[in-house]
Write a new protein. Structure first.
Length: 592
């Protein structure tokens, strides 16, 4: 027994090292396993994070409104306004890009709104509305969606590709198309036409005379020529031509046809551009029945007959005066008619209209010519101005401001107790149709359109709003209810801009968090290049605040107070506990 015990005692020292080595080995394997597991998990986590960055076209479009504009050295916890807006300026390229796109979206949709609201009984504006709706319907990845726009161009007699002397092409002439585009769409290419009513005194009585037809040359050709020169300098004109054809959804012509188109484009633009800077301009002042004598190459183009039929609703007749502001312009057009004839000039106009349609309806097309802001202004501004004036004349009580500033796309009208919503607000960067899929686009839409809508609607509760009812100066809220409202606002004498912002932001944030799915197929983050070109990643929740704040970059009002009024703001941006003075609005609630 003692012998067995001694053997066991002797074996014990040998067992201990073995157990120790085994334990160390087991621990090492466990640590290694945990390390590999953690590393694998971390890799998967990083991959998962990367896969959740939204790369859809709409997300990239939204990122472009912030690109190289965010000032990341400004801590959003300290100054969100500076983080978003400090590099924003009306003269900057990005600001111009944003303004242009907002104005463009508004231009494309404002006529639709006018017709839908039955404020226009002008049939021509119904035609415009139909055309613009077709433009809006285009999708960059679906050229077939432009089919209806191409059909509209065919109705004007300028289909693209334009085949000269093709029996399928409507028989028309350059003057007819140019004037129709001007009168119907507010688009001026070579010239613009208008009527003026005058009166003369005869035998001590004021007697009306027929309206005068005024034709003025434009500077479109000169600016368009600048674009052509820029493309030639960069050796990108052929690529531009091919891209526009592709975006318009038509097959490319052969090389010889393309070369001919580009050569003629330069020739026509050069001839017309020489008129822009002429000095000592001489006008042509004649009558409608003698207008054709000013041209020698009209051929089979019945200019006087067309003008008479087109403008007769304005009182134009054969003896009406026709005033053309530049004789040199008449000579230039006449020489072009003599050199090329009707068909090729119609082909040139069709090419111009093709570019216009593509630029109006396609973000990609606009990106092709972003280097020439003046050219875009020529394409868009005149139509925008024309539609604005028409809308303004139909709604004189609404004033002008909301029509001229796309950022002010919503306006509460106290007298009529209505919320005026410009269609621009239902487009990027304030709203995206795919918002229901959650993630970045949901954050952008709730932070953009939802906050703007609520902020405007809450004006019905301010001092002026509660004292106007059905167009009358009478209160719609009882005195007791009014006292309760402002008691809730802790005795405030009225709802200021910050209060409107805070109230709208609180409700929009709650709606966003309630409506957004937890896992969006579009992704919950967005990569944006900051002012230094370095890529920064923002979560969807952060994009909610960035989009909200971006609306105020062109205003005097800061977004800081309203943003800090939300309890979740600090956690979204990882802020330290806020100072009491930064939380002044957090206790205010519009809806308890």
């Amino acid at each position: 027994m003692s012998s067995l015990l001694r053997k066991q005692q002797a074996a014990t020292p040998r067992i201990v090292p073995v157990l120790a080595v085994s334990a160390v080995l087991a621990c090492t394997l466990a640590v290694y396993f945990l390390y590999r597991t953690t590393l694998s998990g971390a890799s998967k986590s990083q991959a998962s994070l990367a896969s959740h960055v939204c790369v859809a076209a709409e997300c990239e479009e939204h990122a472009s409104f912030f690109r190289r504009n965010l000032y990341t050295r400004a801590d959003p916890c300290v100054d969100l306004d500076a983080h978003v807006c400090s590099h924003w300026a009306p003269s900057s390229a990005l600001a111009s890009h944003l303004t242009r796109d907002m104005a463009l979206a508004w231009t494309l949709r404002v006529t639709d709104s006018l017709v839908a609201d039955n404020v226009s009984d002008d049939a021509s504006y119904s035609v415009i509305s139909a055309f613009l709706r077709k433009c809006v319907a285009q999708k960059d990845d679906n050229p077939d969606s432009l089919r209806s726009v191409r059909e509209f161009a065919s109705e004007l007699g300028i289909p693209w590709p334009y085949v000269v002397n093709d029996s399928a092409v409507q028989r028309t002439n350059p003057f007819e198309v140019l004037i129709r585009l001007d009168v119907l769409l507010g688009l001026q290419l070579w010239c613009q036409a208008s009527t003026r009513t005058t009166a003369v005194l005869k035998q001590l009585r004021e007697k009306p005379i027929p309206p005068m037809l005024v034709i003025s040359r434009t500077d479109t050709a000169s600016v368009w020529l600048d674009l052509v020169d820029a493309l030639d300098r960069n050796q990108g004109r052929v690529a531009y031509y091919q891209n526009i054809n592709s975006l318009y959804g038509v097959p490319l012509p052969n090389a010889s046809t393309m070369t001919r188109h580009l050569k003629m484009e330069r020739d026509v633009l050069t001839a017309l551009a020489t008129v822009v800077n002429e000095t000592n301009r001489e006008a042509v002042d004649t009558t409608l029945d003698r207008i054709e004598l000013a041209f020698t190459h009209l051929g089979d183009i019945p200019l006087a007959k067309f003008m008479l039929s087109f403008f007769n609703a304005s009182g134009i007749h054969e003896r009406s005066r026709v005033y053309i502001d530049s004789r040199r312009f008449v000579v230039a057009v006449d020489e072009l008619l003599g050199k090329y004839g009707r068909g090729p000039l119609m082909e040139h106009i069709a090419w111009w209209f093709t570019q216009l349609c593509a630029v109006m309806a396609s973000n990609k097309a606009r990106m092709l010519i972003t280097g020439n802001e003046e050219f875009l202004d020529i394409l868009i501004a005149k139509m925008s101005e024309r539609l604005s004036k028409h809308a303004q004349s139909r709604r004189p009580y609404e004033g002008k401001r909301w029509l001229q500033k796309p950022y002010d796309g919503l306006r509460y009208a106290y007298l009529s107790n209505t919320l005026v919503v410009m269609q621009a607000t239902t487009a990027s960067p304030l709203f995206y149709p795919s918002y229901a899929r959650g993630g970045v686009l949901s954050a952008a839409s709730f932070g953009g359109l939802a906050t703007a809508f609520l902020e405007t609607a809450l004006r019905m509760f301010d001092r002026q709003g509660i004292r106007i009812d059905e167009g009358q100066a009478r209160a719609w809220m009882s005195a007791r209810a009014e006292r309760q409202l402002f008691r809730r606002l802790r005795g405030s004498s009225g709802i200021g801009e910050n209060m409107l912002q805070a109230g709208s932001l609180q409700v929009a944030w709650q709606a966003y968090k309630s409506a957004s799915p937890s896992d969006s197929p579009l992704g919950g983050a967005l990569d944006i290049a900051d002012s230094h070109g370095k890529t920064q990643r923002y979560t969807a929740d952060q994009l909610f605040f960035l989009t909200y704040c971006r609306r105020f970059c062109n205003k005097q009002t800061s977004c800081n107070s309203a943003a800090r009024s939300l309890a979740d703001f600090g956690s979204v941006f990882g802020c330290a506990k806020r100072r009491p003075e930064e939380d002044d609005l957090s206790q205010y609630r519009f809806f308890a």
